[in-house]
Design a protein around this ligand. Sequence first.
Ligand SMILES: Cc1cc2nc3c(=O)[nH]c(=O)nc-3n(C[C@H](O)[C@H](O)[C@H](O)COP(=O)(O)OP(=O)(O)OC[C@H]3O[C@@H](n4cnc5c(N)ncnc54)[C@H](O)[C@@H]3O)c2cc1C
Length: 371
Amino acid sequence: MTERRIGIVGAGFSGAVIARELAEAGFSVLVVDERSHIAGNCHTERDAESGVMVHKYGPHIFHTGDKRVWDYINRFGEMLPYVNRVKATVQGQVYSLPINLHTINQFFGKTMSPSEAKAFIQEQARTDIEDPQSFEEQGMKFVGERLYKAFFDGYTRKQWGVEPNTLPASILKRLPLRFNYDDNYFNHPFQGMPKDGYSKIVENILDHEKIELRLDCRFEDLDEEFAHLFYSGPLDRYFNYDMGRLSYRTLDFEPIRAEGDFQGTAVMNYPDPDVPFTRISEHKHFAPWEAEGFEKTIAFKEYSRACEEGDIPYYPIRRLDDKELLEAYEDRASKEQNVTFVGRLGTYQYLDMDVTIGRALDVADDYIAQG
Ligand SMILES: Cc1cc2nc3c(=O)[nH]c(=O)nc-3n(C[C@H](O)[C@H](O)[C@H](O)COP(=O)(O)OP(=O)(O)OC[C@H]3O[C@@H](n4cnc5c(N)ncnc54)[C@H](O)[C@@H]3O)c2cc1C
């Protein structure tokens, strides 16, 4: 009798990293993905018309504080220096994000020093809100009403499609506020972009003699038995949505083609409520080492809306009713013999790439340790 293989659903970072670790430990692995390409939502491909490397499912910037993950990604592809500097167009002016001393001075038409700005923002902030419960309360307490309304309120309504006073305060607690001119969006010590795109990295991860990759293949259409299954598809889909659907936001990307440089930067946010999209990303600027070499450019307006049947799920909403449904599905998932649910869809969580890779490494380590 031949030994049964390990099955992995999804060829994104979750599936690919687990596959590689298990293959190196001697297991035979089958990876399936219903898409015709690898790398899941991190997929990159060159745009035929401009030559620009496009992040097909929205811009992805690699940043981490986890040395193990940084070493891992560098083992499979060359990472080049990239610092994410985001701008925002607000009521006809361009500002720097995350909110820093430049943003504050420009917005209020002042030339304050760091300590003056700190005292000024404290005056603006709603100190009467002691224990902020909602996103809105957190914003008011954090930066005061004017900055909150200009930079967070409209953007959040568009991104999440709900009133900011119904979102948890925790979302805003993660955003930095700086009283210096540092406009690096991320605080992590390691940050970069893959020279040849994310799909090349995932291709290299999957390139092992004990891994078979099958694209355009739905898990539901497989009739093979596996020794163990690692499932990075949607948790509710595994159970045929029989208790209902977990809610997600989806994104629509409207391409803009132009000659030369369209907006002079990679990401421009549009928080104003009367602008229907949330941001425009121009992908040549994610690869500054080659950006000058392209005569043409491609950018995308990004629109957010509720995810319906047939749409690609992007951001888990995790409202109260989602949490109840999630717990019910998680309860059933924990009773599934020989199946481990992983990744952003399998655990219904927003996970950055570095967290995804770190968790995949841990999951594989645990499985290998159990022998
Ligand atoms: C708009 C956006 C921007 C982001 N930007 C960043 C960023 O800047 N930096 C960062 O670190 N992270 C970013 N992320 C997060 C990043 O996309 C995730 O960390 C990563 O995609 C998670 O990988 P995964 O393998 O878990 O899931 P996925 O990449 O979604 O892979 C899952 C795969 O499973 C396949 N699949 C699902 N169900 C089935 C089935 N039944 N049968 C066969 N195949 C199936 C899917 O086709 C998919 O390819 C962003 C996410 C979004 C939504």
